[in-house]
Design a protein around this ligand. Structure first.
Ligand code: NIG
Ligand code: FE
Length: 415
C-alpha cells in the first residue's frame, strides 16, 4: 500500500537524537510511503512511487502530517481501583508523601490490585489501551508494581502478556516489584529487599521463561526515592537483576535526589525516569552514558508541582531525552502523548520538533526498540500516525484535544 498526499512526512530517520541534535524530524515534502507485509518498504518522491507501483492500493493522507506512531516508554498500565479521593485530599493541602505515609498512595492501589483477578486487571486496563491507541500510541512499556508480592506481581505480568497478545498496542512489560515497601515489611524494608533479590527476581525469571518462552526478559525497575528504596537498596536490586540477565530501568529523582541517575549510568540501565531533582553531576554522568533520560511531565503537572525535568541542562550536556506519560492512578492518569508534548513544550521548553523526537525515536530507544520502531525508514515496522492537521507544530501548540486522525499498526489501519 502507498500512503500519499502527505503535507509533511516526519521520518525521524537516523537513530536516537542526542543533546543539541534533538529535533531533527527528517521532514520530507511531496513524499510517499510504500508499506508491504507490515514493514516500510520504501519512502520516496510521491510522483515516482505512484508511477513505479501503479497497481498498489493507495491511502490518501488528505494533505496532512504523517509521522511515526508514538511510543510511550513509561506506564503503570495495569491497576485496579482509582484514587480520586486522594486527588481531592491533595487539593486540600496534603502532599503525595503524607498521603503515602498514612497508608494511601501506592499502597491503596496495592490493596485493590491484590484483590483483583487477572481478568479484572485486564478489563480495567483495556479502556486505557483504547485511549492510548486513539491518541496515537502504538507501543508502550508497562510496569507491574501494585501487588508487591507473589503471585500478585506475576498476575500483573500475565495480564500484560495477554493484553499484548490480544490488543492492537504492543506492550513491553517491566517488573516493578520494587515499587514500594509492602505493608508486611513496613518495619523491615531490608527484609523485602532480601526477598526480592533471593526469591522474587529468580522466580520472575523462571516464570517468564515458562510463560513467554523465547521472548526477551522484561525490564526490572526500582523506585529509588526517600519514600521507597534508598540508593544502596536500589543498587542491590538492580545488580541482582542484571546478574540474572534482566535489562534495567530506574525511577530516580522524582521528589529527592538520591543519586539514582548516576547509578543508572554506572550500571548501564536502559532508561532513568522522572529526573526532576537531578543534580548537575548526575546529569553529566547520564549524558556520558547510553542511558536514556525519560521525562514525565504529567507527573509534576498531576501533582500541581512547579518543578519539571531540567531538559535544557540534559540536552546541553549531550544527553538522550525521551518523553512518556507515566500513566498511573496516583499522579498521572493520562493516556495521551500529545498532552505530554504540550506540557514538554511549556515546562521543559522543548520545541514541538524536539518533543516529537523525544516521543518517537528517543522513546523507542528508552525501551531498547529504536532499531525496529520510532521512525519511518525502510525496513522498520509500519506503525504510522496521520494527524488531522497539515503542520506538525500543531502538536504542542494545541492541547486538551486529539489530533490523531488515523493509526496504522504493522501496516494495518486501526482507525
Ligand atoms: O511514577 N513513582 C512511582 N510510581 C508512580 C506513582 C505511582 C502511584 O502513585 O500509584 C510515579 O509517579
Ligand atoms: Fe512511574
Amino acid at each position: 500500500m502507498i500512503i500519499h498526499n502527505i503535507s509533511q512526512l516526519l521520518t525521524l530517520a537516523g537513530g536516537p537524537q542526542r543533546g543539541a541534535d534533538l529535533g531533527n524530524l527528517g521532514l520530507l515534502s511531496h513524499a510517499a510511503v510504500l508499506i508491504r507485509g507490515g514493514i516500510i518498504e520504501t519512502i520516496g518522491p510521491e510522483n515516482i512511487l505512484l508511477q513505479t507501483y501503479p497497481n498498489e492500493p493507495r491511502f490518501d493522507a488528505g494533505g496532512r502530517v504523517v509521522m511515526p506512531a508514538f511510543v510511550d516508554p513509561h506506564t503503570h498500565l495495569v491497576w485496579a481501583g482509582d484514587r480520586a479521593a486522594e486527588f481531592e485530599l491533595r487539593l486540600q493541602g496534603k502532599t503525595y508523601q503524607e498521603i503515602a505515609a498514612a497508608g494511601g498512595g501506592i499502597r491503596s492501589t496495592v490493596r485493590a490490585t491484590r484483590a483483583a483477578s487477572v481478568e479484572e486487571l485486564k478489563a480495567q486496563a483495556r479502556p486505557r489501551i483504547q485511549a492510548m491507541l486513539r491518541h496515537g500510541t502504538a507501543t508502550a512499556e508497562a510496569k507491574t508494581g501494585y501487588a508487591l508480592q507473589h503471585p500478585g506481581e506475576l498476575h500483573q505480568l500475565q495480564a500484560l502478556l495477554e493484553l499484548d497478545a490480544e490488543e492492537e498496542m504492543d506492550i513491553f512489560p517491566t517488573y516493578l516489584g520494587a515499587h514500594d515497601i509492602p505493608p508486611e515489611f513496613e518495619d523491615n524494608p531490608d527484609g523485602y529487599v532480601d526477598l526480592l533479590c533471593t526469591q522474587m527476581l529468580p522466580e520472575v525469571r523462571e516464570w517468564w521463561q515458562s510463560h513467554a518462552p523465547g521472548r526477551p526478559l522484561p525490564f526490572v525497575d526500582v523506585f529509588c526515592e526517600t519514600i521507597a528504596f534508598n540508593l544502596a537498596q536500589s543498587r542491590r536490586i538492580l545488580e541482582t537483576a542484571r546478574a540474572l540477565g534482566f535489562p534495567l530501568k530506574i525511577h530516580a529523582d522524582e521528589f529527592d535526589n538520591l543519586g539514582g541517575a548516576a547509578l543508572a549510568a554506572e550500571l548501564g540501565v536502559v532508561s532513568a525516569d522522572h529526573l526532576v531533582k537531578t543534580s548537575p553531576q548526575d546529569i553529566a554522568a547520564l549524558a556520558a552514558s547510553e542511558t536514556v533520560a525519560v521525562s514525565l511531565p504529567c507527573t509534576p503537572f498531576g501533582l500541581a508541582d512547579p518543578h519539571y525535568t531540567p531538559a535544557a541542562q540534559i540536552l546541553q550536556a549531550g544527553g538522550l531525552l525521551a518523553l512518556a506519560t507515566d500513566l498511573n492512578p496516583g499522579t498521572a492518569w493520562c493516556e495521551s502523548m500529545q498532552f505530554v508534548i504540550a506540557l514538554a513544550c511549556r515546562y521543559l521548553r522543548l520545541t514541538p520538533a524536539q518533543a516529537i523526537a523525544a516521543a518517537t525515536i528517543n522513546a523507542a530507544a528508552a525501551i531498547g526498540q529504536a532499531g525496529r520502531i520510532g521512525s519511518l525508514e525502510a525496513g522498520k515496522q509500519a506503525d504510522l500516525l496521520i494527524l488531522a492537521v497539515s503542520d506538525y507544530r500543531h502538536l504542542g501548540y494545541r492541547f486538551g484535544g486529539n489530533l490523531a486522525a488515523h493509526l496504522f499498526k504493522r501496516g494495518e489501519l486501526i482507525y
